[in-house]
Design a protein around this ligand. Sequence first.
Ligand code: GLC
Ligand code: CA
Length: 551
Amino acid sequence: MTNSISADWWRQAAVYQIYPRSFSDANGDGIGDLGGIIAKVPYLTDLGVDAVWLSPFYPSALADGGYDVDDYRDVDPRIGTLAEFDDMVAALHGAGIKVVVDIVPNHSSDRHEWFRAALAAPKGSPERARYIFRDGKGEHGELPPTRWQSMFGGSAWERVTEPDGTPGQWYLHLFAKEQPDFNWDNNEVHEDFLATLRFWADRGVDGFRVDVAHGLKKNLDPAFDALRDILLSRDMFHDGEHPLWDRDDVHDVYRAWREVFDEYDPPRTAVAEAWVAAHRRGRYASREGLGQAFNFDLLESAFDAARFREVIAHNLDDADATGASSTWVLSNHDVVRHATRYGLVEDRTPAAGKQWLLDGGDPAAVDAEQGLRRARAATLLMLALPGSAYLYQGEELGLPEVGQIPDADRQDPAFFRNPGVDIGRDGCRVPLPWSREGSSFGFGADGAHLPQPAWFGEYSVEAEQSDPASTLSLYRDALALRRELQTEESLEWMPAAPDILHFARPGGWEVVANFGAEPAPLPAGDILIASGPVAGDLPGETTVWLRAPGR
Ligand code: GLC
Ligand code: CA
């Protein structure tokens, strides 16, 4: 039943997200780097992941943690070189681990050579046509072209100073002002991204994670100004008629990308980050398009059996309908870590996590023990689902969110642009603890670019690696078993009490998750793995994998 490595490797892969600046710092300058990733290949091998996805490592001023890209075909000198990138790919491939890189097509950084050229060129020039420049409103063009708000707060338009020193046109930025949106109706933009995809695919990259895949195409008819309030809300239109998000013609772009992916053997893969209405996700995941799309439904759910069941059933149906495999995510670099979310005393959702940070990120408002118990149960359930599982660095340590970071140390633009409304995402991006003690807990020789709390050492790799009860051991054991047991086939729900999810997978593999607080009877079978101690009954907030009797 072991998976063979094939063109379909991604369909059931366990993919580990590396946030390069915060993973491991080999040269000791406080910033994680490619050398650090190479040094940790044995760790990734022991962990048992099938692929890594690297968040951006491109040259960047880090206005948005690297999602503001200066040059799509190079490595940030603080993170490494192209030669080191090649070494990293060779090391990971040597260990049987695939490499997925992040592609950021909706916007570049304001330091990209094309944007600099656009600023230096006059209104109406071909240089400006690669971005979205418009004249302002008002007598002297002093008002933004529309009242649209950026995702990080404040106007989505920034006024430029023309080369002759006069106040000039405005450019659109749906994210930070350092992230000007490309004009995807411009053929040069289109061609340049095809060149970027080939550049990395030629270097052996196996797949791409596509940032803000539902952006790109826009309809800038100023009449939409009237719709200001719904424009940037995440309640998507359901018909492809939203002026900025999820427009039907964005799929023309991905059809062209698919042709590039299919030039390679095996074909390169992609996964869309597309925050769209559930029934429109399949368009991104289609065989003619990117092939797979994230669903963030589990990540957005509270720890609740009925909700988990609904999400799982719905997404498996969707996967059947589109022919893609499903994706599962509990944590990433944009949300409060799930070990903390599930320990919040009030609500357990990302929105509640955000509110908790805003209220000061007080550890006393979190039941850390319960959070971790639930996180382990949810992860063990997720790893038993058909489809690919995306894991975020540090979750294998049960790492909590860092709730308290001095304002002076914060880096996220969401914090700076939204005073008092958003505290930003730095708390899940704090450099990993590798050792119990020592400089930056083994992250690097000379401190970490975001401050680590004193308790970080307890969650270090060193503290957990030889403890069979640790979260790291749970992930390793579960991933090893998953390699043996995982198949393409869907699951079969078994009758269970309201707080329990019980399903069977092919080959006599059964999974039981108790979301309730009280112990429940354990179905017959040999326990293969459990997310917490089991004696007799199945304790509350615990998941087990069983071998069904007689199998
Ligand atoms: C995606 C990324 C996020 C980034 C944004 C803008 O949502 O996951 O980190 O800030 O795109 O590029
Ligand atoms: Ca470094």
